[in-house]
Write a protein that binds this ligand. Sequence first.
Ligand code: FE
Length: 214
Amino acid sequence: MNKNALFELSYGVYVLSSWDEGRPVGCIANSAMQITSSPMTVAVSVNRKNHTHACIEDTGRFAVTVLKETTDPKLIGTFGFRSSKDTDKFSLFPYSVRGKLPVLDAGLAYMSCRVVAKWETATHTVFLGEVYDCDLIGKGAPMTYAYYHEVLKGKTSVNAPTYRAEREHKPQDRARYVCTVCGYEYDGDVPFEELPGDWKCPLCGVGKEKFEKR
Ligand code: FE
């Protein structure tokens, strides 16, 4: 069995959002798809360890925001690698309440959904949502998971359905410096040790001190 077969599936990059007692919460998702057009439904897969998962369970609602290729990688780093439990992610990026849910202004489109069914797997819950509001809010090309990996050199959160340890940790000849917050691996021409003190992780924005030599 060649597990690489599964990496030939295509995905987008989305923000799933909901409310935690009036506070906006959200996380990155790559597994979101339309299931039916009448009624209009979409399905999303969320790891039960994500704080946003508990909030979707509580409120019975979630929004899917489609990100575009020009999305600030820091937004993906923040929403993908930090927890809404201890980071107020929506205070860092402008958002509006659309369809009664928090939606990032940087998005291309959004769908606000009411949970109508769910399916538990070993690690993730698949929520089926009926879309009760949706609109286009930006212009550009939707970001795909492949673009995120190949062009932005993005990494996969351990909570993502597509995470695979051996793919994220390729051995290399030179010393590797990896961001302990988001998993970004430094691959610039300037040796990591010679980067200025105020250098920041291009994905999640933390300083050099959060990088680990591996
Ligand atoms: Fe980082």
